[in-house]
Write a protein that binds this ligand. Sequence first.
Ligand SMILES: *Cc1c(COP(=O)(O)O)cnc(C)c1O
Length: 356
Amino acid sequence: MIVLAKRLFIPGPVDVSEDVAAKMAEPMVGHRSREYAELHGSCVKGLKKILMTDNNVFIGPMSASGWMEAAVRNCVSKKALHVVNGAFSSRWYKISKANGKPAEAVEVKWGSAGKPEDVGDKLGSGEYDALFVTHNETSTGAMTPLEGFGKICADNDVIFCVDAVSSASGVKIETDKLGIDVLVTGTQKCFAVAPGLAMTAVSERALKRSEAVDNRGLYFDYQDFLKKAEKDNTPSTPPIPQIRALDYQCQKIIKEGLEARFKRHADMAEHVQSWVRDNWELFCEDWCLSTTVTCARNTRGYDLAELGKRLGERGYQFSNGYGKLKGEAFRIAHMGDRQMPELKEYLEDIEDIVGI
Ligand SMILES: *Cc1c(COP(=O)(O)O)cnc(C)c1O
């Protein structure tokens, strides 16, 4: 058996704590059983608390991209408006187009973030029925402040959809207070659970909208998920091992304390940002720096493939720049169950290899 013991400093998947991983090894149950319904109900209850919402939370067998596609299929009839400021927001825009939806992008510089005033006039035109914003652009380390978007959307009968895949549970996102109609997230980033399961919080407004949208498909139909959610269940067979681990992890997160967890993430972010300022250059503008992942410009011109290899020999998985930023920038994830001492050790190893 090959045991890969590398510590993951990539922005997902992240390391899964042993006790969380152990939950996945428990004996299987049928998904139409009472045991499953109890597990499902408990998991959703924990998620609502962490995501700060009273809305329906659906969990399903898919990576987070699935719920991104679901948002498009269920919320767009007229036209989608996408704020695009990096690779993942660009992907959501592509998903809209790939599903045959009329879509438009508001392009923002990579390393920056969109603001409510960038979309206000457009949304006021009545042309659009959904807005898509990526809360944490994992490709650039830019975190979009979400305040203000919800009101513009509500005032214009636009469904507000947010990708919080790499931020939810690591950063405070008051889903209901912010007026987020659809929040999408996954297990393998801040939640620090194995990949293969994703979660979405969907408002009554979005559910009502979806009823009137044609060609929602079957696998991603909110109405189907809603019907099954009422019985603490899912339309198709769910990844029960991951749900067990997620349910357990939600309890752990609540026990750690939401505020304490957010602070741990903020402290780690501050530490990495200051280290990058001292030794490299931050890729992202100061006002929208991410709390869960930092992107550093390779101002030393160091061979990043070589750095990745050398870190690999020391038992780490390094994250090069995403897509077109490969070689030009690198990323450090500080999310999930990661603790400050491990993070400091990692930075010291980089210093040692690079000769800082
Ligand atoms: C990781 C990530 C995704 C994609 O998630 P999958 O689970 O791989 O489908 C989408 N958006 C953001 C911001 C991400 O970080």
